[in-house]
Design a protein around this ligand. Structure first.
Ligand code: PHE
Length: 340
């Protein structure tokens, strides 16, 4: 009997040592100490023993039970610690790890161009003025000397909200607003969104950006206009860039001109980008403010003269960075935008 008890003890202690989880441990406990467990059976059979044997075997059996219980408890504790250790490793959060999760953006290339130009003109003594994107037909067309039959007023060219209101087709109505609210001398630039009924293609978008400038003072001449434009073109693109002024027509300026700038690829030598002309065509429009416009805006055209210029910010940005397609500027694709 004693041997059997010792065997149970030995075997059970080894099994407990080897148990890998709580389930295995519980199984061992039931097998030995449970209602029908090996040790329980022996204790139940104690009555059959002789008077002499009973206390001796009883004592050994109790010792065995205590040892096994102790070992079970110890193993149970170990398993608990093991479980906690694994949990800590699996669920741990290394607060010192840097994962670069913050994606810091930057100015859109169109905003960069506008800010660069606004800053440049500020240095030249211009003020920067904002105008509304929803404009009156009067400011957008009539006060800019654009006759009722002018093609740009057509429904197929312009987004009308009602008969008197539209999405501005250019930033020039801000000239009108400035002249109506300020007295000369005036030196202002204004940049923002403009809208025309254009289908999207590589160079057109129904919404695009313009920047506009206006100077009104006594003795303002065409020489001032040409000089101002040369200064800002060289500042924007580089000293080596030349300008070429061609006669053109705008209803609100007289005379009117379009300005070309040396080709960005060949710097004027002639290449396939510029059709071997050496020039990037039609970068901006400009001219001397038409006397009718001055008069309609309450400025004495006998005393004052002025010049104005306007250009597409998209076009300038595309030429500057060699962007082949205007859609790229509006797609919001970070892979494209982060290059600038
Ligand atoms: N508003 C003209 C356009 O959108 C550009 C321009 C502005 C021309 C000022 C002359 C003077 O094409």
């Amino acid at each position: 009997m004693k041997d059997r008890l010792n065997n149970i003890e030995q075997e059970t202690l080894v099994k407990i040592d080897q148990a890998e989880d709580f389930q295995a441990l519980e199984k061992i406990r039931v097998e030995v100490l449970g209602k029908k467990g090996a040790l329980t059976e022996i204790l139940k059979g104690m009555g059959k023993l002789s008077k002499e044997e009973r206390p001796i075997i009883g004592q050994v059996a109790n010792e065995v039970r205590e040892k096994i219980t102790e070992k079970l408890n110890e193993k149970n504790e170990n398993l608990k610690w093991e479980r906690l250790r694994k949990q800590i490793i699996e669920e741990s959060l290394d607060v010192t790890a840097s994962k670069n999760l913050v994606n810091i953006g930057h100015r859109h290339p169109l905003n960069q161009t506008m800010e660069q130009l606004e800053n440049l003109f500020r240095h030249m003594g211009f003020s920067v003025i904002d105008g509304p994107e929803i404009e009156s037909v009067e400011n957008n067309f009539d006060k800019l000397n654009s006759p009722k039959n002018h093609p740009s007023r057509d429904l197929s060219d312009t987004f009308y909200i009602d008969k008197e209101t539209l999405l501005r087709t250019h930033t020039s109505p801000v000239q009108v607003r400035t002249m109506l609210s300020q007295k000369p001398p005036i030196r202002m630039v204004s940049a923002g969104r403009t809208f025309r009924f254009d289908d999207v293609d590589d160079t057109h978008s129904p919404m695009f950006y313009q920047i506009e400038g206006l100077v009104v003072d006594e003795n303002v001449s065409m020489a001032n206009l040409i000089d101002t434009i040369n200064v800002f073109i060289k500042n924007l693109f580089g000293e080596e860039f030349e300008t070429r002024f061609r006669p053109h027509y705008f209803p609100f300026t007289e005379p009117s001109m379009e300005v070309d700038v040396s080709c960005f690829d060949c710097k004027g030598e002639g290449c396939s980008t510029c059709n071997h002309t050496g020039w990037s065509m039609e970068l901006l429009g400009c001219g001397m403010v038409h006397p009718n416009v001055l008069e309609m805006c309450g400025i004495d055209s006998e005393k004052y003269t002025g010049f104005a210029f306007g250009m597409g910010v998209d076009r300038i940005t595309m030429v500057k960075y060699g962007i082949p397609n205007i859609r790229l500027l509006y797609d919001n694709d970070k892979r494209f935008l982060k290059q600038f």
